[in-house]
Design a protein around this ligand. Structure first.
Ligand code: HEC
Ligand code: HEC
Length: 298
């Protein structure tokens, strides 16, 4: 009791001086930042100068393109493709010109919140600047992922191939699979094509970690009831004694675990049918061309 009072009064007497120290630090910090912004050598935030040439406004002048390429291959190519033509992430040809170097620098550092684009805290500012310069150097090159298909034919195929029963675009369609409203901004053409041929490729597989947590929601569970009746569905809810599965037609099944003979995950299995045998190569290109036009509202 008295101890508590003592410590409370000690805190009370400490607090103003602590506050003072904090205020002082904030002021010093702000002054520091102001100097930094006023005198930073180039538009690439925090870039270390190398040697003496630091022509303002041209970060590529002293950036190391080879190092940028190496860093890109190490940190970005798994998602954006070795040639930056897009896979799980979008094509990055022309992105530096479109967004500006500073914005790209910022995206690499902080990622894009709410999307699968992660930020990098392990690369140095120098390395990030080199990657930006490398991306800038790709602006002048044609993208390797040029899309040959006809998006109008692709849209007709989309409507006639049962896609809308499972996918939503601009609020219309089903919700068995992921929404496709922004799919053309989220993914590269090569990645989309691969996904149409091999659905489930991005779903968690046996012995693998979870892919960004995102795809676990499409993981298929297989429940066998005591009478041998099989129910397959994506898990929408679970506790110790029950599980709710949503089947491929969108129907919900509430299951009581003690009543089941078995309950297993089916890693790598997807409700999405492969288009490998149903569409020709040309039709597939048309469909991808259509999906790539879906960029959401900008
Ligand atoms: C885990 C996969 C992944 C990694 C690793 C990754 N990205 Fe991305 N990136 C994405 C995805 C997905 C998007 C699209 C996000 C969205 O808009 O939904 C994206 C978007 C971007 C964009 C914005 C594109 C635009 O047109 O607006 C840039 C720039 C970018 N990434 C650069 C990089 C760079 C450079 C690296 C390496 C340092 C990197 N990314 C690493 C997945 C990744
Ligand atoms: C029976 C439901 C169903 C049908 C029909 C279906 N899909 Fe899917 N689709 C899914 C599911 C579930 C996923 C997520 C798991 C996966 O990737 O396999 C998915 C994933 C996708 C993806 C990847 C999305 C991403 O974020 O990368 C694309 C693209 C796609 N579908 C397009 C199509 C197109 C085009 C059609 C029509 C030809 C179609 N789907 C038909 C259920 C379906």
């Amino acid at each position: 009791m008295s101890e508590a009072n003592a410590s409370r009064s000690a805190m009370g007497s400490l607090r103003p001086s602590m506050r003072c120290a904090v205020v002082r630090q904030v002021i010093v910090g702000l002054a520091f930042l102001a100097c930094f912004i006023a005198f930073r050598p180039s538009p690439s935030f925090g870039q270390q100068s190398q040697g003496t040439q630091n022509s303002p406004g041209s970060q590529s002048a002293n950036a190391d393109l080879e190092e940028g390429k190496r860093q890109f291959e190490q940190n970005c190519s798994t998602c954006h493709g070795v040639d930056a033509g897009g896979e799980v992430g979008p094509d990055l040809h022309g992105v530096a010109a479109k967004l500006g170097d500073a914005a790209v620098h910022d995206i690499i550092r902080r990622g894009i919140p709410g999307t699968a684009m992660p930020g990098s805290s392990t690369m140095s500012d120098r390395q990030v600047a080199d990657v930006v310069a490398y991306l800038e150097s790709l602006d002048t090159m044609a993208s390797p992922a040029t899309i040959a298909g006809d998006p109008t034919k692709g849209q007709a195929l989309y409507q006639s191939s049962a896609c809308p029963t499972c996918h939503m675009i601009d609020g219309r369609g089903g919700d068995i699979g992921p929404e496709l409203t922004r799919i053309g901004a989220m993914r590269g053409a090569p990645g989309l094509k691969a996904r149409l041929l091999d659905p489930g490729a991005e779903l968690p597989k046996v012995g693998e970690g979870v892919f960004g947590g995102r795809w676990t929601q499409y993981l298929v569970f297989r429940a066998v009831e005591k009478d041998g009746h099989v129910i397959e569905g994506m898990r929408v809810g679970e506790d110790s004694f029950s599980i709710v599965l949503k089947d491929s037609s969108g129907r919900f099944h509430g299951l009581w675990k003690p009543d089941l003979r078995s309950l297993e995950k089916e890693p790598g299995k997807s409700f999405m049918p492969s288009l490998r045998d149903t569409l020709s190569e040309a039709q597939l290109e048309d469909l991808v061309a259509y999906l790539m036009t879906l960029k959401g509202t900008q």
